[in-house]
Design a protein around this ligand. Structure first.
Ligand code: GRF
Length: 214
């Protein structure tokens, strides 16, 4: 059994999607801990409801970023993590932390990277007149939202979309994408080697889905 540690800061809907897939598809993996830098995060409450070990690690209780990163690494290692899964984790992680989990730490970002790293992705996609939006699962590297891409999903931008409607459409697609991409990594079907992706031939790592079309 591979041990997953999932890091959340907010609502935790991707955590929920991963936990369901892990259980329903009987992955050879277990969620060893869910850790949040926000003690009041809904994602932490969800973890408890799901019966998962939930750890609050308030970043405000640490004097600086390095001290928080050290405490976070201690908590992750105490859980015996094989994989670190960022699911709406809103803290920037320092380089030593990122190097420690190189090749076994994933993130999901709500844009078609390398477009729109950082915040407010949906607003920026709308402002730019994009006709497609989407989400990306990538290995985490020291540069924010820039790591090698495991998988992507594209969804249409519709006339009349606002930030909320577009975010909702992308989120539905995220909930399909993240469990799938994570599972590929757990199974070794997608790996990081020499800073690049090695993927099993034939894997459909990029997809277009239209949630309205079912
Ligand atoms: C998602 O849109 C994810 O792509 C981004 O943060 C959001 C987290 O949502 N990194 P949730 O907490 O999983 O519901």
């Amino acid at each position: 059994m591979q041990r997953l540690v999932i890091l959340v800061s907010g609502r935790g809907s991707n955590l929920g999607a991963i936990a369901r897939a892990c259980r329903d598809e009987a992955w050879p993996a277990t969620i060893a801990a869910v850790i949040s830098n926000r003690p009041d995060a809904a994602g932490l409450a969800l973890a408890r409801e799901l019966g998962l070990p939930a750890v609050a690690l308030d970043h405000r209780a640490h004097p600086d970023r390095a001290a928080f990163d050290t405490a976070l690494a201690d908590a992750i290692d105490a859980a015996g993590a094989d994989w670190v899964v960022l699911a709406g984790f809103m803290r920037i992680l320092g380089e030593p932390f990122v190097q420690r989990y190189a090749g076994r730490m994933l993130n999901i970002h709500p844009s078609l990277l390398p477009a729109f790293p950082g915040l407010h992705t949906h607003r920026r996609a709308l402002d730019a007149g994009c006709t497609l939006a989407g989400a990306t699962v990538h290995f985490v590297t020291p540069t924010l939202d820039h790591g090698p891409i495991v998988a992507q999903v594209a969804v249409p931008v519709r006339p009349g979309d606002d930030e909320a409607s577009l975010a909702a459409r992308v989120l539905v697609a995220e909930h399909r994408l993240y469990p799938q991409a994570l599972r590929w990594c757990l199974e070794g079907r997608v790996r990081l080697r020499d800073g690049g992706i090695v993927a099993e031939p034939g894997l459909e790592r990029g997809r277009f889905v239209d949630p309205a079309a079912g």
